[in-house]
Design a protein around this ligand. Sequence first.
Ligand code: LLP
Length: 389
Amino acid sequence: SRGASRPPYDRAVIASDLLLDAAERFGTPLYVYDAAELDAAVGRVRAAFGHARVSYAMKANSNLTVLRRLQARGIGFECVSLGELHRAREVGARGDDVLVNGPAKSAEEYTLGAALGATFIVDREEEVALLPPRSRALVRVNPALDVSTHDHLATGAAISKFGVRLDVAADVLAALRAAGHDARGLHVHIGSAIRDAADFERAFARLADLAPLTGPLEVLDVGGGWSLDADLHGIAARAREAASAFGAQVWVEPGRYLVAGAGALLTRVVGLKRTGRSFALIDAGMTELLRPMLYGAQHPVQALWSGADVQTYDLAGPACESGDLLARDVRLPEPHVGAVIAVGEAGAYGASMSSTYLTRSRPMEVLWDGEWSVIRRRETPQDLWATEV
Ligand code: LLP
């Protein structure tokens, strides 16, 4: 359920006057990203995980400029669709810089993955026979754990669709080898926005328990799922401990952690309305940022104006759906038409989950790196029906 409390917007990485300037120049709704904060997030991951291979889960934000910036810092990509594999190819990623993941991979994904020299994350036993000849592979293990996050974001529970059971993992590695594949190691990803670090510890330990059955392995990929305030050093220590049971290197797959804090969604107040509740009507909603509606996610909200009369509002979008609220019970100084609101921590699963429902154009995206650059233009209505016959 959507609670009333909201974290303060203490990650306003771009100064308010710059945000107002961007809203003026590019219009709203608008996604803004801060290049320095992206780089800082990479730095924090490196500080904790040292030389571990980092495969960015590009589903979090697959903008080509973001991908290229991360790639320039030595980061590879985890891909879960043919489209994501095409993005990896487009930026020139190859070999160990490409992981192909997913519970129901298509023939096209196997083919393109093989062409890129990717490593496949095997999600079920039948995949041994589906992989292209002499593939490189990791076996995803379902650690059968309940974890501290929204049900839709938990992937390591016994009832989840992901991975092979703990008791068959070693057999699947053996079957891969028998079929001529390069069985490099094991993979685990317990979910996203995990609140309790102990969940990682339990999951990694369950994998380490398999070491007597698997023998030495090259890779232990411990996935992503870190919340923005996660103790990365603690998670890294547990990952190294588990990997040492196999004599393996640690690989990681962060998505949210690398990009969420660097991004904000800018939206303007369109009007005010009082029914049973007080609404600030805004020009962004579920089509631009689905997370509040889909997961009850609470994003920090910052008013980019000031005033004395502070009251409580729900932020309601323009869609013809009652659930189209970006936030509830937000304290705002009296809003005027055109006032700009920044919705924070929106760099991950914001633009990448935006939709064209209601034939709304997906938002423009701009990057601040000492100056603004447009990294995705605003869609036109014609863009939206270009594929229709
Ligand atoms: N590795 C695997 C195998 C994954 O499935 C995912 C995310 C990641 C890594 C990256 O997880 P992250 O570090 O970003 O938590 N749409 C949801 C998040 C879904 C995540 C799906 N898998 C949201 O908006 O919160």
